[in-house]
Design a protein around this ligand. Structure first.
Ligand code: PMV
Ligand code: MG
Length: 360
């Protein structure tokens, strides 16, 4: 039996800008996981997951060997299997049947989503587990690339930052690749060549863990990232606001450079300043596009955190989900958490997760 886990993620800064190729975001992986188990089977395979309404899918192979599922579904697990198996085939390997079980800690027990990136984590965990099943050695960058190709085939939206955080773990500085280029070359390039070749703009760097500890508050309201991203891009880009949008992208880039430097140099004043700047850039983007990225509850979350000494902002696309607080020296963390609770914000019991170097 092969068992592989992939962590969820949270954005620290750089949201929305990172959707545009060559722009940067900072993320962390968190210690809640999706675990995928693969066991050998014969003639058909079964995918079991609480994420499915029907609990499981049965799959078999078309005459050319491709995995097909009963009802033609657009599914991250199936897409991840297909992409890893494509690599196996290109390397002359023999395809086999297996059962695959998905277990997720990324949602609430009642199924409500927290915004921790379950699609990315399930894709990364499946890539790792199926590659393990076929004895295919993959480094983190190859896992990231396969997971991006698999996700793009399901839903071509998003920067891939969630996938990078889940594949690399820890604190991750991420510059997104040019996905238009990726679509173009995808047609005429083998999966193996794509995984081996450099991708324009793509840069993924794990930072040494900085000193400020991370606390996360949950607003209790789930938000749809694809809808928010589509809304903001449609309104902020291309129209009369184009100059404002270009300025947003430039400012976000310089903010991220300064934030990463401040974290690496343990410069608390600059960390506070740049987290505040990132927050303002995003609220202004929300205002120009008429979309509430920072909801009243997220705003309250930030204010409470600041009153207790932390640097804080919403995390991710906003509109609900989570906010983050970087607890700089002197932050009253217990006070902040009780004040959050009094304001209807739930402190989540999670920490940054860094995979040990020798873990599979
Ligand atoms: O809401 P989240 O945590 O999925 O973050 C979305 C971040 C965006 O930059 C808005 C979109 C993306 O794919 O990077
Ligand atoms: Mg979100």
């Amino acid at each position: 039996m092969i068992r592989r886990s992939a962590p969820g993620k949270l954005y620290i800064a750089g949201e929305y800008a990172v959707v545009e190729p060559g722009h940067q975001a900072l993320l962390v992986a968190v210690d809640r996981f999706i675990t995928v188990r693969v066991t050998p089977a014969e003639h058909t395979g079964r995918i079991t997951s609480a994420l499915y309404e029907t609990r499981y899918l049965t799959w078999y192979r078309s005459p050319d060997g491709t995995v097909v599922v009963e009802r033609q579904s657009n599914d991250y697990v199936v897409s991840a299997i297909r992409h890893v198996e494509q690599l196996v085939r290109e390397g002359g390997g023999e395809l086999r049947f297996f059962d695959l079980d998905v277990h997720s800690e990324l949602a609430e027990p009642d199924g409500r989503k927290l915004g921790l990136g379950s699609s990315a984590a399930v894709t990364v965990a499946t890539v790792r587990a199926v590659a393990g099943f076929y004895d295919l050695p993959l480094d983190d960058l190859a896992v990231y690339k396969l997971a991006v190709l698999a996700s793009e085939a399901v839903q071509p939206v998003g920067s891939g930052g969630d996938i990078a955080a889940s594949a690399f773990t820890g604190w991750v500085s991420y510059t997104s690749p040019d996905r238009r280029w990726l679509h173009e070359v995808r047609e005429r390039t083998s999966v193996g060549d794509l995984v081996r070749s450099p991708w324009p703009h793509l840069l993924i760097r794990r930072l040494d863990p900085p000193r400020p500890s991370l606390r996360v508050g949950w607003t209790g309201t789930p938000a749809s990232t694809p809808q928010l991203v589509a809304g903001v891009r449609a309104r902020a880009r291309g129209g009369a606001d184009d100059a404002a949008y270009s300025a947003f992208l430039r400012d976000s880039e310089s903010c991220l450079d300064a934030l990463v430097r401040a974290l690496e140099e343990d410069d608390s004043r600059q960390v506070r300043q740049q987290i505040g700047r990132s927050r303002h850039l995003l609220t202004r983007l929300g205002a120009t596009s008429g979309i509430a990225i920072e909801t009243p509850r997220l705003r309250r979350l930030v204010e409470v955190a600041q009153e207790h000494g932390a640097a804080a902002k919403g995390s991710g696309a906003g509109g609900g989900d989570c906010g983050i607080a970087l607890c700089l020296p002197g932050t009253d963390v217990p006070g902040m958490c009780s004040a959050w609770e009094a304001a209807g914000i739930r402190p989540l019991d999670l920490s940054v997760y860094s995979r040990p170097e020798d873990a599979p």
